[in-house]
Write a protein that binds this ligand. Structure first.
Ligand code: SF4
Length: 342
């Protein structure tokens, strides 16, 4: 039961904690929030001993994006997706590429008002087969995600999480109940990077990936934003690919995308194309079947090839799809199954 007070909706996933504090149990940060204070993500706040979310019903604006922009290359390729986020974020990435949204407090932005029904109606109006919870991390507005995705499912519209995967083990069961697909940022493959550059922890994200693979039907792909001299060494890429192969298998698409200097990391150059290509070659040589480069123009690095007969199946450039020869989830040439939702 949700209690509406002014612009806030009572949150799920919390419990009373010492004196007048609240323990938020939505993500592994487990903020202990004093009276009148927000948690780290800003949009979850303690008022009179209850936790409220100011994100519920307050998107920061809508866009119609290609699904390839999420990026998802094996989920309804060539279709558009209604996309939105809210203010705030539960990570503190120094290199955030969306910081004007994720670091904003709700009162600093012109957020709009939209009920879950409004959001689904908007998707119907623009005829998008899916809705993406994106731009900031949708984990923090999980209550809103659940209510929208439930109605969307009833209307045969799919739901997509674009997330860092930093979410509590119990809360994720509810947040992902009606979710069809996800792109999970695996931001690096060292705890040192996670701790210093994102203020979160690698193992929690790996745990979410294993859970998605073993306990859900959610189609998911992985993105690693490569930052020069931070997380792009061949050794780290090998370790990441080795972990993926051992824990998730060889058919989860992996995207290596280019960083540009932003927010608190402006002392770095943009990622050169050769670093993306080198990383893709490493992944492919180790046995990852579908590996892509992103945020650059590279038709070769963005094409889906049949892992069996090597035929080019989906040709792309940046977010544009030029041809799609997958027939009912199979290669048109040899009939091999191509993993994904087509
Ligand atoms: S969801 Fe927000 S308030 Fe809750 S623990 Fe995570 S960062 Fe803190």
């Amino acid at each position: 039961m949700i209690t509406q007070t002014k612009n806030m909706v009572e949150a799920k996933w919390w419990e009373p904690f010492e004196k007048d504090k609240i323990l938020c149990t939505l993500c592994p940060r487990y903020c202990k929030i004093g009276e009148g204070q927000p948690g780290f993500c800003y949009i979850r706040q303690n008022h009179s001993g209850k936790l409220y979310t100011t994100g519920y019903g307050h998107p920061t604006g809508f866009a119609i994006d290609p699904i390839e922009k999420k990026p998802l290359n094996h989920f309804l390729p060539g279709t558009s997706v209604l996309s939105f986020g809210t203010a705030g974020c539960n990570l503190g990435c120094r290199f955030c590429q969306n910081w004007s949204i994720s670091k904003a407090k709700l009162d600093e932005l012109n957020s709009t008002k939209a009920t879950p029904e409004d959001v689904v109606r908007l998707a119907q109006k623009y005829n998008t087969p899916s809705i993406a919870y994106t731009y900031n991390d949708p984990t923090i507005f999980g209550e809103y995600v659940i209510d929208i995705s439930k109605i969307a499912q009833e209307e045969n519209i799919k739901s997509v999480m674009v997330t860092a995967g930093y979410i509590d083990k119990e809360a994720r069961k509810e947040v992902y109940k009606y979710i069809d697909a996800a792109n999970v940022d695996l931001k690096a493959f060292t705890e040192k990077f996670y701790f210093r550059q994102t203020f979160s922890h690698l193992n929690d994200v790996l745990d979410t990936l294993i859970w998605l693979k073993n306990e859900t039907d959610v189609w998911f792909e992985i993105t690693t934003l490569l930052i020069p001299d931070e997380n792009d060494s061949p050794e780290e890429i090998k370790n990441e690919c080795d972990w993926i192969l051992k824990n998730l298998g060889d058919s989860i698409p992996l995207h290596f995308t280019a960083f540009h200097p932003d927010f608190r990391m402006t002392n770095k150059e943009s990622t050169p194309a050769k670093t993306l290509n080198r990383s893709r070659e490493i992944a492919q040589s180790m046995g990852i079947k579908f590996c892509y480069v992103g945020n650059i123009h590279d038709t070769e690095g963005q094409t889906t090839y049949c892992p069996a007969c090597k035929e080019a199946l989906i040709k792309r450039d940046w977010h544009d799809v030029y041809s799609n020869k997958i027939k009912e989830g199979k290669c048109f040439n040899c009939g091999a199954t191509i993993h994904g939702v087509f």
